[in-house]
Design a protein around this ligand. Structure first.
Ligand SMILES: Cc1ncc(C[n+]2csc(CCOP(=O)(O)OP(=O)(O)O)c2C)c(N)n1
Ligand SMILES: [Mg+2]
Length: 383
């Protein structure tokens, strides 16, 4: 008799396409992506980076209430989005703004959401970065961790039942979210119901202050896949081309076989968890420096593009300026836009407003007629 443990197996290797200098490790694995698309991927990552810098600062200045940066994980969002079809359904966690940008959400739309002004499709009823877009097949983000996971699997099951289905589902989640009960339920439903879903774990080393060494035992999230009968790969999440290949092949496999795929993308959360966190309290700065200096996904893709003769220092500087200016200009515009009408807070929950909400609306109306001067109504849209 012999007990098996994680040392009974070799660790699952990390799939890579380029090294830290942007050099292709094995030419056979270099994806065949057109130059224009490669540049678009890189530019989206740079745009995301400038949005992060400015929106983070704008929270510090009290202009928005909350923000979460994507530093270090730009390649996961953009590499995966580029490998999907726009019709594929996205269930995200909250650190995947690059997917939305790549899907064509404009800087204006994203910033309007963060400001919660009247042009925000959520009408200011969600926290910043809780985006959604029906038009782009992106389901609105939920704050409670792992909410999206059983939902994504259920949606994939529904798609499978559509005749001649050509859409898959991608579900993004963090290493911390993977500890939720819902994550385990989602994995097992995906496997046993044979759902065409890509379960993409962003393993960035932390769940707020909890490092992954305290989050799980065994060989990470990837090791759970084979045990449940899910095709699995572990990739370098700072290597945009490796993420691209993994998701492209996962999509083909998921749709071709009506089966799930688990991808564990290894990366590092370079920024604080959110604007409500101060990570220097629980991790050494040297760790952050290492990942910023050697493992930046933006830098790796830039070096690859430079080697292909598609990009250089001048184009980089010029684009960075453009990317920064568009964020600054959009922010100024977003700030001037009025907040939603107060009535919006009671609308859209039910298709037809039930009597008890109608009553609250009338009470509020009466209240504001009498005491309106005590509220900043001039900042909101009016009738
Ligand atoms: C059910 C639930 N518990 C706790 C939280 C608080 N919370 C928000 S984000 C987070 C960490 C999640 O870490 P991870 O899934 O690794 O994602 P990352 O932030 O690293 O991208 C926690 C504990 C929550 N939102 N929902
Ligand atoms: Mg994490």
């Amino acid at each position: 008799m012999k007990f098996l443990n994680e040392n009974s197996y070799d660790p699952i290797p990390i799939y890579r396409v380029i090294d830290n200098n942007g050099e292709v490790i094995d030419r056979r694995e270099e994806p065949n992506i057109e130059n224009e698309m490669l540049l678009n991927m890189y530019k989206t990552m740079v745009q995301l980076n400038h949005m992060d810098k400015i929106l983070y600062e704008s929270q510090r200045q009290g202009r928005i209430s909350f923000y979460m940066t994507n530093y270090g994980e730009e390649g996961i969002a953009v590499g995966s989005a580029a490998a999907l079809a726009p019709r594929d359904l996205v269930f995200a966690q909250y650190r995947e703004m690059g997917v939305l940008l790549y899907r064509g959400m404009t800087v204006t739309e994203l910033i309007n959401q963060c400001y919660g002004n009247h042009e925000d499709p959520g009408k200011g009823r969600q926290m910043p970065v809780h985006f959604g877009s029906q038009q782009r097949n992106i389901v609105t983000i939920s704050s409670p961790l792992a909410t999206q996971m059983p939902q994504a699997v259920g949606a994939a099951y529904a798609l499978k039942r559509v005749p001649d289905n050509d859409r898959c589902v991608i579900c993004y989640f963090g290493d911390g979210a993977a500890s939720e009960g819902d994550a385990h339920a989602a994995f097992n439903f995906a496997a046993t119901l044979d759902c065409p879903v890509i379960l993409l774990c962003r393993n960035n080393g932390y769940a707020i202050s909890t490092p992954t060494r305290e989050q799980y035992r065994g060989d990470g999230i990837a090791a759970r896949g084979p045990s449940l009968g899910i095709a699995t790969v572990r990739v370098d999440g700072t290597d945009t081309l490796a993420v691209y290949n993994a998701v492209q092949r996962a999509r083909k496999y998921a749709l071709g076989n009506n089966k799930p795929v688990l991808i564990e993308a290894m990366s590092y959360r370079v920024g604080h968890h959110s604007t409500s966190d101060e990570s220097s309290v629980y991790r050494p700065v040297e760790e952050i420096e290492k990942w910023t200096k050697d493992e930046s996904p933006i830098q790796k893709l830039r070096l690859y593009l430079e080697q292909k003769g598609l990009w250089n220092t001048d184009t980089d500087k010029e684009f960075a300026k453009e990317a920064r200016n568009i964020v600054l200009k959009t922010m100024q515009e977003a700030e001037k836009k009025k907040r939603p009408h107060w009535k919006e807070m009671l609308e859209d929950v039910y298709y037809d407003m039930p009597p008890h909400i109608q009553k609250q609306m009338q009470q509020m109306e009466k209240h504001l007629k009498k005491y309106g001067e005590h509220y900043p109504l001039d900042q909101h849209q009016s009738d």
